[in-house]
Design a binder for this molecule. Sequence first.
Ligand code: GDP
Ligand code: MN
Length: 392
Amino acid sequence: MKLHEYQAKDLLRAHDVDVPPGTVAETVDEAVEAAQEMKQGGAELFVVKAQIHAGGRGKGGGVKLAESIEEVREHAEAILGMDLVTHQTGPEGQKVRKILVTEGVDIAQEYYLGVTLDREESMNVIMVSTEGGVDIETVAEESPEKIEKVWVDPSIGLQPFHARRLAFAMNLEGDAFKQAVSAITGLYETFEATDSTLAEINPLVRTPSGDIAAVDAKINLDDNALFRHPDLEDLRDLHEEDPTEVEASEHGLSYIKLDGNVGCMVNGAGLAMATMDIIKLAGGDPANFLDVGGAASAETVEAAFRIILKDENVEAILVNIFGGIVRCDRVAKGVIQAAKNVDIDVPLIVRLQGTNAEEGKRLLDESDVTIESAVLLKEAADKVTQALGVRA
Ligand code: GDP
Ligand code: MN
């Protein structure tokens, strides 16, 4: 689960990372009011920042500096409601519903600072670079030696020398060095405390007076650990997620939309991958990945049909269920009932294999809904080919 910048910054503040003051706003007036308060506190520079779950906002026109309240108003008007396109959004962009108004800082240098999991080393890795800012991906690709890495064994945890080594790599000394150590420590603590898979400050900046501050923040939480963090679960922003994928997750289905024409409904991720291959082999293209999980009850199957059929590209549906714990005759009944409840207007091919497969096939064949049943994968693939009217 991804967080917005303003949410990530709140978490960093709680771990003593120096983050410039900011207020999130949903209207232009709220943004202006926030800036006015900052001005009364002595701020002379402001930043208006689109809050979407994608990076590269600056380049896309979603981060603007303002030197007056009037400019804050202009930028807020332009950014709120815009469809912001960055290299991490699709070409249609992402609608901006919230903006963050922060006090601007003068920047002498931008650094990259990030923590993530290194699965190969089975450790966490902290990375810093003096080449921070908007182009860190290019640095990682073209000059990886400019990124300093320190690995932290999670069973031992962050040690003071880790943070000092990284701050030395930033070529800092004196008070800036101490502040960098504290920022690195705070970021790592945030990463651990929230069960994140990624926590990043890009850029971490040094001001002309030698202070270190986090100007941007990004946190990706580990969905598998969210049950330990009900407070963080509340930070989920469903607007930022694909609506069909959200609906699927409400029914306990893992669904990922793809660009093809054959909807597929499968139980188990491995079988789902194999089924997608079979569809390719049949001359089709999978319209989705959909794992209905172990149960495959009438309710989940029905929800899955509805979700698959929301996709206008779907020209045929292939159901491929392995009856292990769940018996095929029960699945067949579920499929028949679901097919009756949902008006399926494309060919439906169903392959059931496993416990009570024959009984399941008989139920499908004898039912009064039009279902092509198949026993072998190849047979199912051929039926998909026929349904699409293409030659494999
Ligand atoms: P991103 O493009 O989505 O990563 O958004 P960032 O928050 O990182 O902002 C992009 C860039 O805007 C930064 O790399 C900075 O160069 C610039 N920027 C952001 N905040 C400030 C600020 O307070 N002062 C100044 N001078 N520049 C800023
Ligand atoms: Mn950034």
